[in-house]
Unconditional design. Structure first.
Length: 541
């Protein structure tokens, strides 16, 4: 039965009822001013905790603007109800869609990985705003259309924590397709681990085409009042899926601790389908070709930067960057958000126009998180390629991977190329390259940035001249082998009690820099200190 309200009808025209949801009913409306369809979730105030007045907090959720989040566009109320208005998506939710599938028509694993990746990007954005879901289920994942190329948007972020702070309502509306939180503590809806655990359940459900019986009713033991052991999920049901997908699920469903969202985005299972990502799906053949071209150029830029770093960056400068990166890595997983990386680079290179494009180039997977290697590459790009000469003013652009490739290639051969009459040639041999790359900076990069230079060089031909064409072809064939694009970190498990940086910090003698890192980000001049000059240091005029 549709709820009629004078407050609602001033702005919207009722279209049709959809059904029930946890806190009331759902209906579709038409916005009077634009004619656009909207989804309206009606909340009965009588169901909420006495004295609860959530309207201000609900309105604040409108700031959660992200391509993979179903945005709340309006919040209204009358004496008896709250009305939460959001974008209407014509594709429905994944629960309805999967119910129409049979045992023969499974989702392709690449599609499952794409949906999970988009879900993780949405979660990471909302978590960065201290907003958690707490009630993730298949009905929370909405499809943008009914077409095969549909993307997903995640709905209801933050609603459970605001409307049910004592966690009394959500457990009463559990069905067989969701992870119940009935046995969990009252603050579970706001807990990061709860969202990550639900990602594992959703991934498992998508991969086997139904909710596993062993997943129904699961609660992470660390969040359970009873402390019951977590039953093993159905490995047999995933026998036709990849080993990496099973490992991903186990990582989400761990009994102790939790992996971070940033680390999950770098998981080998998601990386293996990176090139097949339909996000955003090319609408035309030309758009698809351009997207593939951009991806190739970004990978080429990234790998060339990794090769140039040992000779172009003094070890002291790399150590300063590493320590600053460590200070921002609050959860000690070796990754920081793109926003944090941008703030870091701006303390070192005051080129606002150049920093963001550089970070986008090195974020090859489009995950919006960066490790130390990618951050070091972006830092070098800004300093040596996007800064203009002695005036230290940023160039006017363009700042794209396509425009950067020839400059990186030129610098590569200026540093490593064989010389004739003092002039570098656009050619190098593998033995000469190995010798010139053997620097203190290279050792530090391998030790701390998950790079193996020998693995990268293995793809280059030995005993013959390596020119720009050969170098480009071999980098494309290697697909990032030897770099974090393809290398799996030693520990993809939850964050250990001992930080991943602890061992590195023990080896990092701060006294030799004579710097006070306690005020590192209060005094930007610390990171703009005069650089050491390595034998192969370069400046691009």
């Amino acid at each position: 039965m549709a709820r009629r309200s004078a407050v609602l009808e001033r702005k919207y025209i009722f279209e049709y009822d959809v059904g029930q949801w946890t806190f009331g009913t759902t209906q579709v409306l038409q916005e009077r001013t634009t004619g656009n369809l909207k989804t309206c979730k009606v909340v009965r105030k009588s169901k909420l905790q006495p004295g609860l007045s959530p309207i201000t907090r609900l309105q604040a959720l409108r700031r959660l603007q992200h391509p993979s989040v179903c945005n709340i566009t309006d919040v209204l109320e009358d004496a008896e109800h709250l009305f939460i208005i959001s974008d209407f998506l014509r594709g429905g939710d994944l629960q309805d869609w999967m119910e129409r599938m049979d045992d023969v028509n499974w989702l392709q694993e690449s599609t499952c990985a794409s949906y999970i990746r988009q879900l993780l990007l949405a979660i990471m954005h909302c978590h960065s705003q201290q907003v958690y879901h707490g009630d993730l289920r298949l009905t929370s994942l909405l499809l943008t259309s009914k077409m095969p190329d549909a993307a997903i948007k995640v709905s209801d972020f933050g609603l459970a924590a605001i409307l049910d702070p004592a966690n009394e309502i959500v457990p009463c509306h559990i069905d067989e397709a969701v992870l119940p939180d009935a046995a969990s503590a009252s603050d579970v809806a706001r807990n990061i681990a709860s969202d990550i655990f639900n990602v594992g359940v959703i991934a498992h459900t998508l991969l086997i085409g139904r909710l596993s019986k062993s997943c129904a009713g699961l609660v992470p033991p660390s969040l359970s009042r009873s402390g019951a052991a977590l039953p093993a999920f159905e490995d047999d049901a995933l026998s036709e899926r990849s080993e990496s997908s099973r490992t991903f699920i186990k990582r989400c469903l761990r009994q102790e601790g939790h992996v971070t969202i940033a680390r999950l985005l770098m998981d080998p299972w998601l990386k293996s389908f990176l090139r097949l990502e339909p996000e955003p799906f090319p609408k035309t053949a030309a758009a698809g070709v351009e997207e593939a071209r951009k991806q190739r150029h970004s990978t080429l830029c990234y790998t060339l930067c990794v090769l140039i770093l040992p000779a172009a960056v003094p070890v002291r400068d790399f150590d300063l960057l590493r320590f600053a990166f460590q200070q921002l890595d609050s959860d000690n997983d070796g990754l920081i958000s793109q926003d944090k990386a941008q703030r870091l680079l701006l303390t070192r290179r005051n080129h606002v126009e150049a920093v963001k494009p550089a970070l986008e180039i090195v974020d090859v997977g489009g995950n919006h998180v960066l490790d130390l290697c990618a951050t070091a590459c972006a830092d070098m790009i800004v300093r040596d390629f996007f800064a203009a000469g002695p005036t230290n003013q940023p160039l006017c652009g363009p700042f794209s991977s396509t425009d950067l490739v020839p400059n990186l290639m030129r610098v590569f051969f200026e540093i490593y190329g064989e010389r004739h009459d003092g002039v570098a040639r656009c050619a190098v041999n593998l033995a000469h390259l190995r010798t010139r790359m053997h620097t203190a900076t290279a050792k530090e990069i391998e030790r701390h940035a998950n790079v193996c230079y020998e693995d990268i060089l293995e793809f280059l031909p030995d005993g013959q001249v390596i020119d720009s064409q050969v170098l480009t072809e071999q980098i494309a064939a290697s697909e990032g082998v030897g770099t974090p694009l393809r290398r799996v970190p030693a520990d993809l498990s939850p964050i250990r009690a001992e930080s991943v940086w602890t061992l590195a910090s023990n080896k990092f003698n701060l006294d030799r820099f004579n710097l006070d890192f306690g005020g590192l980000f209060h005094d930007c001049s610390v990171l703009r200190a005069q650089r050491d000059e390595s034998p192969f240091s370069i400046r691009i005029a």
